[in-house]
Write a new protein. Structure first.
Length: 336
């Protein structure tokens, strides 16, 4: 989102999700007992297999009494909650990609989600026929108290994002993150980068510690809901952020101007690359033509932008992912 003068529906909805109305929180149908889809557990009796690299045991102990017997392990519940704290919303199958090897243990994720809902720690909304899970306020407090996740008091909740109609976009971002691999604690979604009083750019997600001389990468996901002009404008906003400076020194003294982005990413020698994932169509050729048209719109941009089609990424293991460069190279970035 950047200077939303054209009232793009996706950006406008995201603004509404990030700025609660005075009438109180939105609801997503997450309260009460629910009939769980696909309740047959095809993985009963199998040992839990840890999936995504969560770096440590982040088991959440029950702090809410419940009359029903819990059928999942504390470790599984902890992994589910930590995952939802990073991606904000996810389906059961997406969560299973992290909790179990290659998503084969969907039953483990389902049992864990049932238990967490009984404990009041997660809730769900709907997107089509899918249940879309999110942490409740109690769940967010429990994860934050564990010390692994920083407090973001003004960040939109998963429940509010679903109510604002942003489930499709959020689930697509979750698809990229869960297939990316690596440590979930290195991800953060909906990260605000303020340029000045009038301008800012909000990254769909940020991956920390990626290498290549930068401590972060920016993830943007386009579902064909933005016009090319609007999408190019957002990439230009990243360019503006990369070039913005601030004055370091007290007023009236001899100071210096420094790059604004280095305040946020002080360990980076290069500005983070923008990874743009194109979605909204099953035909990779259609998305490739959109990438070509976008490249023409941002010709001359002083920024590294890499693009890929979501259907292609999801069909390949992470180590075989390839990106098409439509901005400048790292060598050009180092030269400026």
């Amino acid at each position: 989102m950047y200077d939303n003068a054209n009232n793009d529906p996706e950006d406008t909805g995201r603004d509404q999700a990030c700025n609660p109305s005075a009438s109180g929180p939105a609801t997503s149908g997450a309260t009460g007992d629910v009939a769980f889809d696909g309740d047959t557990d095809e993985t009963a009796g199998q040992p839990v297999v840890k999936g995504g690299d969560l770096e440590q045991d982040t088991s959440i102990h029950e702090s809410v009494s419940s009359q029903r017997k819990l059928t999942s392990t504390a470790r599984t519940r902890g992994h589910l909650m930590l995952t939802l704290s990073r991606v904000r919303i996810a389906t059961g199958r997406q969560l299973a990609l992290v909790v179990t090897r290659e998503g084969l243990g969907v039953g483990y994720a389902r049992r864990g989600l049932r238990d967490l809902q009984a404990l009041g720690l997660v809730g769900h909304g709907r997107h089509g026929r899918d249940k879309v899970w999110h942490l409740t306020a109690a769940g967010q407090r429990a994860v934050t108290e564990g010390g692994d996740v920083a407090v973001r008091p003004h960040a939109a909740t998963g429940e509010r994002a679903i109510a604002a109609g942003l489930a499709a976009h959020g689930l697509a971002v979750t698809d990229v993150i869960t297939h990316w691999g690596g440590a979930l604690l290195d991800w953060e979604v909906e990260v605000d980068h303020t340029i000045d009083k009038a301008r800012r750019v909000v990254s769909d997600a940020v991956l920390y510690r990626p290498g290549r001389g930068a401590e972060a990468e920016f993830l943007e996901l386009d579902r064909f809901t933005m016009s090319l002009s609007r999408l190019a404008l957002k990439l230009r906003a990243y360019e503006a952020y990369s070039q913005a400076t601030y004055f370091e020194g007290e007023r009236g003294t001899i100071g210096s101007h420094k790059k604004l982005w280095r305040q946020r990413y002080p360990q980076s020698s290069l500005f983070p690359v923008v990874r743009l994932v194109l979605a909204g169509a099953d035909d990779a050729e259609v998305l490739d033509r959109r990438a070509t048209a976008l490249q023409e719109r941002i010709c001359g941009i002083k920024l590294r932008v890499d693009v890929a089609a979501l259907p292609t990424l999801l069909q390949r293991p992470r180590q075989e992912w390839s990106w098409r460069q439509i901005g400048q190279s790292d060598a050009q970035a180092e030269a400026r």
